[in-house]
Design a protein around this ligand. Structure first.
Ligand code: ATP
Length: 284
């Protein structure tokens, strides 16, 4: 059995394509023949300047934007043209954590509803009681107390909301998580806590992750391998150590040089929050 979980070949995405009676538009192609493959349990970084197509690529991998050419295989299954019903089942195993949890968490729902609804929807929990038990266990795993369950998203801090985003993604025990700029709005110490949590969870659950970030020190701390994107193409790919120590293009070197710190310390996360250490108690 292959250990490749997600394999995309020749992906193209075109925005704004219209073929109606009144309007015809070829649209704008923003991904040009992108190949990406991610092994089970592997964390892959996607970096590149603003507008290079990172988010589009991430969303295309999850079939959240229409793909105009290429193929996507997930767990050995070709999902390029899978039906909406089939995708609903597949999505249980592919989750996404967003940059702004405030925008992705329904403001009118309590955290209890936010965490239990997907379990009931996907039939992972047979009833409300079982869903709540699982929600409690997941909350403990992200170091949040149970009283959070009766709060609304706006009653939590940014770091706490991001933990809820992670809990929601982990609840369904997926094989793959896409994390798109998930720590960019947080202060450095909260960033380290959230990254540590995600890294420990991915190790424990054998999760594969695609980690989109404009912050290369974050990529260096959490990723095994990195894809460098420019103008909708992958211009370089390889293990983090190699890319950071010996970038293969001037473009990658420029991205690395643009980091405010003169040296990227690959161990900054471990030095801030050691692996497996209990996370700080979160006061709510
Ligand atoms: N829904 C959309 N409709 C039309 N064009 C879009 C849409 N979303 C993104 N684009 C365009 O596609 C290109 C790639 O955007 P994308 O958001 O994927 O880049 P990115 O690398 O994630 O950028 P950033 O780092 O700024 O978030 C950009 O030129 C953007 O303007």
């Amino acid at each position: 059995m292959t250990d490749i979980l997600l394999d995309a070949r020749g992906l193209e995405v075109t925005y704004g394509r219209r073929h109606g009676l009144l309007a015809k538009s070829p649209g704008t192609r923003v991904l040009h023949g992108v190949d990406v493959s991610i092994r089970r349990g592997e964390t892959v970084g996607i970096v590149g300047e603003s507008g290079s197509g990172k988010t589009t690529l991430g969303r295309a991998l999850l079939r959240l934007v229409p793909v105009s050419a290429g193929s996507i295989r997930f767990g050995g299954e070709d999902i390029t043209a899978a039906s909406p019903e089939r995708m609903r089942a597949v999505r249980r195993r592919m989750q996404m954590i967003f940059q702004d949890p405030m925008a992705s968490l329904n403001p009118r729902h309590t955290i209890r509803t936010i965490l239990t609804a997907p379990l009931l929807l996907h039939g992972v929990a047979p009833n409300q009681r079982a869903a709540e038990e699982r929600a409690h266990a997941t909350l403990a795993r992200v170091s949040l107390p149970e009283l959070v369950l009766d709060r609304y998203p706006h009653e939590l801090s940014g770091g706490q909301r991001q933990r809820i985003g992670i809990a929601r993604a982990a609840l369904l025990e997926p094989d793959f998580v896409l994390a798109d700029e998930i720590v960019s709005g947080l202060d450095v110490s909260t960033q380290a806590q959230v990254l540590r949590l995600l890294k420990d969870l991915s190790r424990e659950m054998g999760l594969a992750m695609a980690f989109i970030s404009h912050d290369l020190s974050v990529i260096r701390a959490v990723c095994d391998r990195v894809y460098v994107m420019r103008l909708g193409r992958v211009v370089e790919e390889g293990p983090c150590e190699r890319i950071f120590a010996n970038p293969g293009s001037d473009y990658t070197r420029l991205l690395i040089d643009a980091i405010p710190l003169p040296d990227i310390d690959p161990h900054w996360l471990d030095s801030r929050v050691p692996a497996g250490r209990e996370l700080e108690n979160i006061h709510v």
